[in-house]
Design a protein around this ligand. Structure first.
Ligand code: COI
Length: 364
């Protein structure tokens, strides 16, 4: 279907960040945003592009009380030939459908979603950065804003897309890779079987903030979650999925418990490692085995993967107040190769022999 969204252009364009090497993550927002409404009996309607600005929301809206919302994370990249492309959007669409189903949010058709992404990026195409390590981060989200205190799905929703030029979440100052410290959280939990761990919902992250503060006390940038039932097996990192390379096997938590976010970067890492002939396993891995591997020297690498995090190597785990080094605390070869390949494909600098990129438009 063809979609045509009316555009109200800003009368006050903002200056774009002068130094792309200092973008950080979500520090600047572009000039425009996409908005659309859903009403019972009418479905999704009135898609429009408007200036990025604060929105009005009735204080009794159910999302402010019961958190009926979902979000996605994607990035747009500028290639050397001037094309603007995104990465595996069909995976975001599929995950969004699963999240909406879990949260009783009306499904958004994939073609409508993509048309909205394309239209708002076109409007703010001059904001897409191209310095090493940067991208235009895309944050689509839906929330229920019916005025209601009933603990029941809303009868009115809003879908919005906002855009922010960014570096990677844990980036080094030069946009390259640097190792971070991660705190193993063995008290609080992120997700339990039957909960919303597999879905991309704000509550999963809001519930994790107490743990993130604990991590900072130990000079760690984020937490590594353990499973809810036994506090024994590693699950994921605060913002991203986690991979462990021990004795030349790369291990990540399996998705079957429903407690792990099915990351698009996670899936891409697994596919690339298989293609390269690296042994990769989706299986349960006990924190005690990782600590033992750190002590006996067989822990070769740990890295996080995610849209915001890209590939972020981890140099040290803090567990119960003690630091455990990951090899020599330097960026490992597998993490570096994954970063170079993935970011290279995404930015059009490495040939996309996986068919993962999706061209939105050409700038020239
Ligand atoms: C993403 O990687 O897109 C995310 O949504 C993670 C976010 C918590 C920073």
């Amino acid at each position: 279907m063809e979609y045509n969204f009316p555009v109200t252009r800003t009368t006050h364009p903002k200056p774009r960040p002068a130094d792309e090497s200092k973008l950080g993550f979500a520090q600047y927002f572009t000039d425009h945003m996409f908005c659309m409404d859903w009403d019972e009996g009418q479905g999704w309607h009135d898609g429009r592009i408007v200036p990025h600005a604060p929105i009005e929301i009735e204080p009794a809206s159910c999302v402010l009380h019961y958190a009926q919302m979902m979000f996605e994370g994607m990035k747009a990249y500028k290639t050397p030939s001037g094309a603007i492309q995104i990465f595996r959007p069909e995976m975001n669409i599929a995950r969004m459908a699963r999240t909406c189903e879990r949260m009783c949010i009306p499904e958004l058709p994939g073609d409508l979603f993509l048309a909205a992404v394309k239209a708002v990026i076109w409007e703010d195409r001059d904001w897409i950065p191209s310095s090493p390590g940067t991208a235009l981060y895309i944050r689509p989200f839906i929330f229920g804003d019916e005025v209601s205190f009933s603990v029941l799905p809303a009868k009115h929703y809003r879908f919005m897309i906002i855009l922010t030029p960014t570096g990677s979440y844990y980036a080094a100052n030069d946009g390259g890779l640097a190792t971070t410290r991660i705190f193993v959280q063995d008290e609080y939990i992120r997700a339990a079987r039957g909960g919303t761990g597999f879905a991309k919902v704000g509550g999963n992250y809001g519930g994790g903030m107490r743990a993130s503060l604990d991590a900072m006390k130990y000079q760690c940038k984020d937490v590594l979650w353990l499973d809810a039932a036994e506090h024994k097996y590693v699950e994921e990192i605060g913002t991203s999925n986690a991979f462990f390379r021990i004795n030349d096997e790369v291990i990540t938590a399996p998705l079957d418990s429903g407690t792990i976010l099915p990351g698009i970067t996670r899936n891409s890492v697994i596919q690339l490692l298989k293609k390269w002939g690296v042994k990769v396993s989706e299986r349960k891995l006990a924190i005690d085995d990782i600590i033992a591997a750190s002590k006996d020297g067989s822990l070769q690498e740990i890295f996080a993967s995610g849209t915001a995090a890209v590939i972020s190597p981890i140099g040290c785990l803090n567990f119960k107040g003690t630091d455990y080094k990951v090899a020599d605390e330097q960026v490992g070869p597998v993490a570096q190769k994954l970063y170079d390949t993935l970011y290279g494909i995404q930015t059009g600098k490495v040939e996309d022999d996986m068919g993962w990129t999706y061209k939105l438009f050409d700038l020239k």
